[in-house]
Design a protein around this ligand. Structure first.
Ligand SMILES: [Zn+2]
Ligand SMILES: [Zn+2]
Length: 431
């Protein structure tokens, strides 16, 4: 069966995370989004761990469900269109490893997924000897990532270890500010135990496939959501049984059980390209190199983005397109599409919230709407404008302005208001 799997989020015990990241809200929002298997996050936090033990119960092998006592109330709040979606939890945590290696300070985030509360407990016991697990749902530990990988391998061979969002400048394996230049350098003789990497929001599989070391490994995408509304902004499509071991082994062996990923447009990130915000200069890596990294306006060094860092480590050129049988699907969150149609700036506005609810109540969960429902069906249900917008999204007829030097990129379905009104009014032969 096709499953949508999101393996990296945070609970309300993590810094800068919404108070509403509780098991109940995660459960309800996963159904609205169409996520079938969702990470619990933060299992190293003692209070969150007890909350999970109290509220979850075993379901299929290695997976957990919200006890009926808690799920019943949530189901009552959900419309029929999404109420019966399958939703399971999988135990996970992200550790922030800060340490020095080869005379440089390294800061890496790593995720561990585990099949049972017993294995999670064992990991917690080992890590509690190293640092304070109570301070943050994503604990900061002064230990080498390789040592963390060892603990993961020793506590349970069925654990999955994933270097997180590997291009983030400050906190990742390949981060330009505090990472490494290769998996080998970071994990040495255990490098072959790294079976998978997480792209992060600012890179996509195609960028990653320019690197040989990654070509041999699995690529997953996760939302890293800090609030319920952002669950599943990236996710994995898995064709496998609803079973921890089938999911994890599908990822480890990178076989066809891992069908592919659902991606955020990486250009939307704040540091995708290089440039100077003040000088209004935005360059692709090749242009930056042509200018020897110097801004043609102010003659100071340009701020380099994720794409540049990929280019530095890449074995393949910028225009290389890896041949793959993996699905790579790009989405724009439904709330953003609705905001564009309604002509409002904030996706948190009342209009968008009301319309979003109306749409999923009549059409189904967000992933089904964005990816599956026939365009004609969306139109038939009375959502003509949405049908046009989603058709454009699926055909990749969208407008991309990459982010640079701290300026967020923008991804739009309509180029501007004028184009929007002409497309929405003259659509007789569009569908
Ligand atoms: Zn992280
Ligand atoms: Zn400049």
């Amino acid at each position: 069966m096709d499953l949508i799997v999101d393996l990296h989020i945070h609970s309300h015990f993590s810094r800068a995370t919404s108070k509403s990241m509780t098991p109940e809200n995660m459960y309800r929002w996963a159904k609205i989004k169409g996520i079938n298997v969702l990470a619990t996050a933060d299992f190293t936090h003692p209070d969150w761990f007890s909350e999970l033990r109290e509220k979850l119960e075993p379901a299929e092998p290695g997976l957990f469900k919200l006890k009926e006592k808690y799920s019943k109330q949530q189901n009552e709040k959900l419309p029929k269109s999404v109420k019966n979606n399958v939703m399971r939890f999988i135990l996970s945590v992200e550790i922030s490893n800060i340490y020095s290696k080869n005379e440089k300070v390294r800061k890496l985030h790593n995720n561990i997924i585990t099949p049972s509360f017993e294995s999670a407990s064992e990991i917690n016991a080992r890590l509690a000897e190293i640092g304070n697990l109570k301070a943050d749902g994503r604990p900061i530990l002064g230990m080498d990532s390789k040592e963390l990988l060892k603990i993961s391998l020793e506590t349970d061979p069925d654990n999955l270890f994933i270097p997180s969002h590997i291009w983030t400048p400050w906190f990742s394996m390949f981060g330009s500010k505090s990472g490494f230049d290769s998996i080998e350098e970071a994990f040495e003789e255990l490098a072959s135990e790294i079976k998978v990497i997480e792209t992060g929001l600012s890179s996509d599989p195609y960028m990653n496939w320019r690197i040989k070391e990654i070509q041999k490994r699995a690529i997953i995408s996760s939302s890293d959501a800090h609030s319920p509304e952002k669950l599943g902004r990236e996710a994995n499509i898995m064709d496998c049984k609803l079973d921890y071991f089938d999911i994890i082994n599908g990822i480890k062996s990178n076989d066809k059980r891992l069908s592919g990923t659902i991606e955020f447009y990486p250009e939307e990130g704040k540091y995708h390209y290089d440039g100077h915000r003040k000088c209004d200069i935005c360059f692709r890596p090749s242009e930056t190199k042509k200018h020897e990294g110097i801004c043609p306006k102010c003659s100071k060094p340009l701020v380099k983005g994720v794409q540049y860092r990929v280019d530095e480590l890449a074995d393949k050129p910028e225009d290389y397109i890896h041949k793959t049988n993996k699905i790579v699907e790009y989405i724009i969150p439904l709330a953003e599409i609705i905001a564009e149609i309604e002509g409002v700036k904030s996706i948190k506005s009342k209009t968008v919230t009301r319309k979003y609810k109306e749409v999923f109540s009549s059409l189904g969960d967000e992933f089904t709407i964005l990816r599956e429902i026939p365009i004609l069906e969306i139109e038939k249900q009375g959502y003509k404008e949405l049908a046009i917008a989603i058709k454009k999204l699926r055909n990749k007829e969208i407008y991309v302005e990459p982010g640079y030097d701290g300026v967020y990129g923008t991804i739009k379905v309509f180029e501007n208001q004028k184009e929007k009104s002409s497309e929405l009014s003259g659509q007789s032969n569009f569908l």
